[in-house]
Ligand binder design. Structure first.
Ligand SMILES: [Zn+2]
Length: 161
Protein backbone atom coordinates (compact mmCIF):
# COMPACT_ATOMS: atom_id res chain seq x y z
CA UNK A 1 0.00 0.00 0.00
CA UNK A 2 1.23 3.46 -0.86
CA UNK A 3 1.29 5.49 2.29
CA UNK A 4 -0.03 9.04 2.14
CA UNK A 5 2.23 12.01 2.78
CA UNK A 6 -0.27 14.02 4.82
CA UNK A 7 -3.15 12.69 6.86
CA UNK A 8 -5.94 14.12 8.96
CA UNK A 9 -5.45 11.88 12.01
CA UNK A 10 -8.80 12.62 13.64
CA UNK A 11 -10.65 11.87 10.41
CA UNK A 12 -8.61 8.69 10.00
CA UNK A 13 -9.57 7.65 13.55
CA UNK A 14 -13.27 8.29 13.01
CA UNK A 15 -13.16 6.29 9.77
CA UNK A 16 -11.01 3.51 11.19
CA UNK A 17 -8.25 3.84 8.60
CA UNK A 18 -5.49 1.26 8.62
CA UNK A 19 -2.21 2.32 7.04
CA UNK A 20 0.21 -0.42 6.19
CA UNK A 21 3.29 -0.11 4.06
CA UNK A 22 6.87 1.02 3.86
CA UNK A 23 8.46 4.42 4.24
CA UNK A 24 11.96 5.27 3.16
CA UNK A 25 14.29 6.17 6.01
CA UNK A 26 15.35 9.14 3.90
CA UNK A 27 11.96 10.69 4.73
CA UNK A 28 12.97 10.95 8.40
CA UNK A 29 14.37 14.46 8.22
CA UNK A 30 15.24 14.82 11.90
CA UNK A 31 17.18 11.55 11.90
CA UNK A 32 18.93 12.12 8.58
CA UNK A 33 22.27 13.06 10.17
CA UNK A 34 22.19 10.04 12.42
CA UNK A 35 21.07 7.21 10.15
CA UNK A 36 23.70 5.61 7.92
CA UNK A 37 21.40 3.39 5.83
CA UNK A 38 19.01 6.04 4.50
CA UNK A 39 18.33 3.87 1.43
CA UNK A 40 16.47 1.31 3.59
CA UNK A 41 12.84 1.34 4.63
CA UNK A 42 10.74 1.14 7.74
CA UNK A 43 7.72 -1.17 7.98
CA UNK A 44 4.69 0.73 9.11
CA UNK A 45 1.44 -0.71 10.41
CA UNK A 46 -0.75 1.94 12.01
CA UNK A 47 -4.42 1.55 12.77
CA UNK A 48 -6.39 4.72 13.47
CA UNK A 49 -9.48 4.01 15.51
CA UNK A 50 -11.39 4.92 18.66
CA UNK A 51 -11.14 3.57 22.20
CA UNK A 52 -14.50 4.67 23.52
CA UNK A 53 -14.48 8.36 22.66
CA UNK A 54 -10.71 8.64 22.49
CA UNK A 55 -9.16 8.69 19.01
CA UNK A 56 -6.13 6.42 19.09
CA UNK A 57 -3.37 5.01 16.91
CA UNK A 58 -2.06 1.52 17.54
CA UNK A 59 0.28 -0.75 15.65
CA UNK A 60 4.02 -0.92 15.16
CA UNK A 61 7.00 0.40 13.28
CA UNK A 62 9.82 -2.00 12.43
CA UNK A 63 13.16 -1.26 10.86
CA UNK A 64 16.76 -2.30 10.84
CA UNK A 65 18.56 0.97 11.29
CA UNK A 66 22.26 1.64 11.18
CA UNK A 67 23.47 4.58 13.22
CA UNK A 68 26.96 5.83 13.94
CA UNK A 69 28.72 4.40 16.99
CA UNK A 70 29.62 7.35 19.20
CA UNK A 71 32.93 5.75 20.14
CA UNK A 72 34.42 4.34 16.93
CA UNK A 73 32.11 6.06 14.39
CA UNK A 74 31.39 2.71 12.72
CA UNK A 75 27.82 1.62 11.98
CA UNK A 76 25.80 0.08 14.83
CA UNK A 77 22.71 -1.99 14.07
CA UNK A 78 19.56 -1.01 15.90
CA UNK A 79 16.68 -3.45 15.47
CA UNK A 80 13.57 -1.36 15.93
CA UNK A 81 10.35 -3.16 16.75
CA UNK A 82 8.39 -0.44 18.39
CA UNK A 83 4.81 -0.91 19.51
CA UNK A 84 2.75 2.20 18.90
CA UNK A 85 0.00 3.26 21.27
CA UNK A 86 -0.95 6.89 20.87
CA UNK A 87 -3.92 8.93 21.99
CA UNK A 88 -4.74 11.85 19.73
CA UNK A 89 -5.26 15.05 21.71
CA UNK A 90 -5.69 18.66 20.76
CA UNK A 91 -4.67 20.17 24.11
CA UNK A 92 -2.39 19.37 27.03
CA UNK A 93 -5.47 19.06 29.28
CA UNK A 94 -6.81 16.33 27.01
CA UNK A 95 -3.42 14.66 27.22
CA UNK A 96 -3.70 14.54 31.03
CA UNK A 97 -7.02 12.74 30.75
CA UNK A 98 -5.69 9.95 28.51
CA UNK A 99 -5.64 6.42 29.89
CA UNK A 100 -2.09 5.47 30.88
CA UNK A 101 -1.71 2.94 28.10
CA UNK A 102 -1.60 5.73 25.51
CA UNK A 103 1.12 8.28 24.88
CA UNK A 104 -0.37 11.63 23.94
CA UNK A 105 0.16 12.85 20.40
CA UNK A 106 -0.61 16.55 20.51
CA UNK A 107 -2.15 17.71 17.24
CA UNK A 108 -1.31 21.30 16.48
CA UNK A 109 -2.84 21.31 13.04
CA UNK A 110 -5.52 19.38 11.20
CA UNK A 111 -3.17 17.54 8.89
CA UNK A 112 0.17 16.03 9.85
CA UNK A 113 2.86 14.05 8.06
CA UNK A 114 2.44 10.34 8.57
CA UNK A 115 6.24 10.08 8.43
CA UNK A 116 6.45 12.35 11.51
CA UNK A 117 4.54 9.82 13.63
CA UNK A 118 6.87 7.09 12.39
CA UNK A 119 9.95 9.22 13.01
CA UNK A 120 8.85 10.00 16.59
CA UNK A 121 8.67 6.28 17.26
CA UNK A 122 12.10 5.66 15.73
CA UNK A 123 13.58 8.43 17.87
CA UNK A 124 12.20 6.68 20.96
CA UNK A 125 13.73 3.38 19.86
CA UNK A 126 17.23 4.62 19.04
CA UNK A 127 19.53 4.93 22.07
CA UNK A 128 20.52 8.56 22.75
CA UNK A 129 24.23 7.67 22.56
CA UNK A 130 24.44 4.65 20.24
CA UNK A 131 27.48 2.43 20.81
CA UNK A 132 28.62 -1.07 19.94
CA UNK A 133 28.21 -3.44 22.85
CA UNK A 134 31.15 -5.53 21.78
CA UNK A 135 33.24 -4.06 19.05
CA UNK A 136 36.88 -4.68 18.29
CA UNK A 137 37.42 -1.08 17.31
CA UNK A 138 35.59 0.16 20.37
CA UNK A 139 37.45 -2.22 22.68
CA UNK A 140 40.82 -1.15 21.31
CA UNK A 141 39.88 2.47 21.79
CA UNK A 142 38.80 1.76 25.33
CA UNK A 143 42.17 0.18 26.07
CA UNK A 144 43.85 3.29 24.77
CA UNK A 145 41.81 5.32 27.18
CA UNK A 146 42.97 3.04 30.00
CA UNK A 147 46.66 3.69 29.24
CA UNK A 148 48.33 5.57 32.06
CA UNK A 149 48.10 9.26 31.73
CA UNK A 150 51.58 10.82 31.27
CA UNK A 151 51.00 13.27 34.07
CA UNK A 152 50.28 10.45 36.48
CA UNK A 153 53.57 8.81 35.45
CA UNK A 154 55.29 12.10 36.12
CA UNK A 155 53.75 12.37 39.57
CA UNK A 156 54.87 8.83 40.33
CA UNK A 157 58.44 9.69 39.33
CA UNK A 158 58.37 12.73 41.52
CA UNK A 159 57.09 10.71 44.42
CA UNK A 160 60.05 8.31 44.06
CA UNK A 161 62.76 11.00 44.22
ZN1 LIG B 1 32.05 1.10 17.98
Amino acid sequence: MRLPELIDPLLCASRGRHWQGKLSLSRMSRLADMIVNLEDEVDVDLRFHQAGRTPIVTGFVRANIKVQCQRCLGPVNVEVDQAVSLGLVTSLEEGDLLPESYEPLLLEQERIRLADIVEDELILAIPPIPRHEHCEVCDIQQEEVKRPNPFEVLTNLKAKT
